[in-house]
Design a protein around this ligand. Structure first.
Ligand code: UD1
Ligand code: MG
Length: 446
C-alpha cells in the first residue's frame, strides 16, 4: 500500500489517566489482551500516513515500547490536550498536508468516518450523540450546522449540559494553519488546562469553518475509567466471537467465552462454556475445547481435544489428535500427534512423543529451585500413574514406566523402568495392629 504523502497523524497519549486509579499509563490498559493504544495504532497504520507521531510523557517507557518503530515525542507536563500537540508540531514544520489528531484513549475509532474527515478540506471534528454524554465536551453549532465551539463539561452552563451531541475529540486539520492556531490556545478555563477543543473557535477568527462528522456510539466514547474499559472489553469480545463464529467455530455459550485480539481459528471447532483463550493462541480445524479450559500462547493442532478444566500455558503445542484432559497443566511443552494426558498432571519443559500415554497424576519436576530442566519422552511410551519424572531425563521410544515411579535416570528404547520401593505383605499383622491399638485406647479411656 502506498504512503499517503498528504496525511500526518498525531496520537495524544501523554495523559496521566488519573481517573483509572492506576500505576500503568492509561493507554497501556488492555482490551482483549492488547493495550488500547495497539488497537488505535493498527487503525492508523492502515491509513499509511507519511508522518506518524505519538505524544507521551517522560517515564512512560511502556508506551515508547508499544509505539515502536513509530516516532515518539514527549510532553513534559500534562497541561492538557492543546499543550500535548506542541511537541509533535516541530516534526511537521515542512509538512503541507492534513493532520489527523486522535485521542489515545479512543481505541475503536471509526475508520470510515476518519477517511471522510481526511478527504474534507477544512477542519473536521468527530462528534457523537448520546443519551447521556457525561464526561464529553458539548458541541455548539451555528445556524448552518458548522461547529462554532466546544465547551468542556466542567465549563458548561446547566443549559449547555442538556446538549446530547458530544465531542468525540478526533480532528483533521490543515497543517499550514495548525501551529499558529495551537499557539493561540490559552488555559483560561475551569481546569486551567490548554484545551485542544478551543481550535474551532480560534480557526473561525481566520474564517475557517469546522465541519462535524458524526459517528455511531461504538467507535467514539473514550476510556477514562475502569467501567468504560470494561464496556470496551465487552464490545471487543462480542466482535471477536462474532468473527470466530462466522469462520466456523461453534460456541455453546458465546457470552462465556473470552478471546484475544489475535486468536486464530480454523474450522469446525467446538468451544464449550467458560473457556479463556489468551494472546498468541492458534486453534486449528476440528479441535474441541471442553468447558473451563484456559489456554494462552499455545498452538492447538488439528483434531486435538482439550479439557474440561485444562490449563495450557505459553510456548506449548498440543499436536494433531492429541488429548489433554481434566486438571492437566501444560507449560512450555510439546505433546506430539496422538499423545494423551487425561487426568491431573503437570507437564513442564517437556517434549512428549507421538502416541505416548501419560498416566493420571504424573508430575514432571522441571524446576530444582534454581534452574528449569528439560525432559524428552519418545513415542509410544507408557508412563504409569502417579509417576514423578525428575528433569533432566531422556525417555526413549517404547519405554514403559511402572506406576508410582520416581524417575531420574534416562530410560533406553523399549526398556521398562520401575522406580518405586518394594511392597512387603505380612499375613496377620493387620489384626495384631488393631488389637494393640484398641487395647491402648481402652487403657487411656479408663
Ligand atoms: C477529551 C476532550 C473532550 C472529549 C473527550 C472525548 C479536551 C480538553 N477534551 O476529554 O471534549 O469529549 O476527550 O474522549 O480535549 N492527553 C495528553 N496530554 C495531556 C492531557 C491529555 O496527551 O496533557 C491525552 C490523554 O492521554 C488522552 C487524550 O489526550 O489519550 C484525551 O485526554 P483526556 O484527559 O482523556 O480528555 P477527556 O477528559 O476525555
Ligand atoms: Mg478521555
Amino acid at each position: 500500500m502506498t504512503e499517503n504523502s498528504n496525511l500526518a497523524i498525531i496520537i495524544l497519549a501523554a495523559g496521566k489517566g488519573s481517573r483509572m486509579k492506576s500505576g500503568l499509563p492509561k493507554v497501556m490498559h488492555k482490551i482483549a489482551g492488547r493495550p488500547m493504544l495497539g488497537w488505535l495504532i493498527e487503525t492508523c497504520e492502515s491509513l499509511n500516513p507519511t508522518k506518524f507521531i505519538v505524544v507521551t510523557a517522560p517515564g512512560m517507557d511502556e508506551v515508547v515500547d508499544a509505539v515502536s518503530p513509530h516516532l515518539v515525542v514527549f510532553q513534559k507536563e500534562q497541561n492538557g490536550t492543546g499543550d500535548a500537540v506542541k511537541p509533535a508540531l516541530e516534526h511537521l514544520k515542512d509538512f503541507k498536508g492534513r493532520v489527523l489528531i486522535l485521542m489515545g484513549d479512543e481505541p475503536f475509532v471509526n475508520l470510515t468516518v476518519i477517511q471522510d474527515m481526511i478527504k474534507y478540506d477544512g477542519i473536521a471534528a468527530m462528534a457523537v450523540t448520546l443519551d447521556d454524554p457525561a464526561g464529553l465536551g458539548r458541541l455548539m453549532l451555528d445556524g448552518d450546522g458548522y461547529l462554532k465551539s466546544i465547551i468542556e463539561e466542567k465549563d458548561c452552563t446547566a443549559e449547555q449540559l442538556k446538549i446530547k451531541q458530544g465531542n468525540a475529540a478526533n480532528y483533521c486539520i490543515p497543517a499550514d494553519k495548525l501551529s499558529n492556531w495551537v499557539e493561540q490556545i490559552t488555559n483560561d478555563n475551569a481546569q486551567n488546562e490548554y484545551y485542544l477543543t478551543d481550535l474551532p473557535q480560534i480557526a473561525a477568527k481566520d474564517g475557517i469553518k469546522t465541519k462535524v462528522f458524526n459517528v455511531d456510539i461504538e467507535g467514539s466514547w473514550g476510556i477514562n475509567n475502569r467501567e468504560q474499559l470494561a464496556a470496551h472489553e465487552k464490545l471487543a469480545q462480542q466482535k471477536l466471537r462474532q468473527k470466530a463464529m462466522q469462520q466456523g467455530v461453534t460456541m455453546m455459550d458465546p457470552e462465556s467465552v473470552t478471546l484475544s485480539w489475535d486468536t486464530e481459528f480454523g474450522q469446525d471447532i467446538i468451544i464449550e462454556p467458560n473457556v479463556y483463550l489468551g494472546p498468541w493462541t492458534s486453534i486449528e480445524d476440528n479441535v474441541v475445547i471442553h468447558a473451563f479450559s484456559y489456554i494462552e500462547g499455545a498452538i492447538i493442532e488439528e483434531g486435538a481435544e482439550i479439557g474440561p478444566y485444562a490449563r495450557i500455558r505459553p510456548k506449548s503445542v498440543i499436536g494433531q489428535g492429541a488429548s489433554v484432559g481434566n486438571f492437566i497443566e501444560v507449560n512450555r511443552s510439546h505433546l506430539k500427534a496422538g499423545a494423551k494426558a487425561k487426568h491431573v498432571s503437570y507437564l513442564g519443559d517437556a517434549t512428549i512423543g507421538e502416541k505416548t500415554n501419560i498416566g493420571a497424576g504424573t508430575i514432571i519436576a522441571n524446576y530444582d529451585g534454581f534452574f528449569k530442566h528439560e525432559t524428552h519422552i519418545g513415542k509410544n511410551v507408557f508412563v504409569g500413574s502417579n509417576s514423578t519424572i525428575i528433569s533432566p531425563v531422556d525417555i526413549d521410544d517404547g519405554a514403559i514406566i511402572a506406576a508410582g515411579s520416581n524417575i531420574n535416570k534416562n530410560i533406553t528404547e523399549n526398556a521398562m523402568a520401575i522406580g518405586r520401593s518394594k511392597q512387603e505383605n505380612h499375613p496377620g499383622w493387620a489384626t495384631q495392629y488393631r488389637n494393640i491399638k484398641s487395647e491402648q485406647k481402652k487403657r487411656e479411656e479408663d
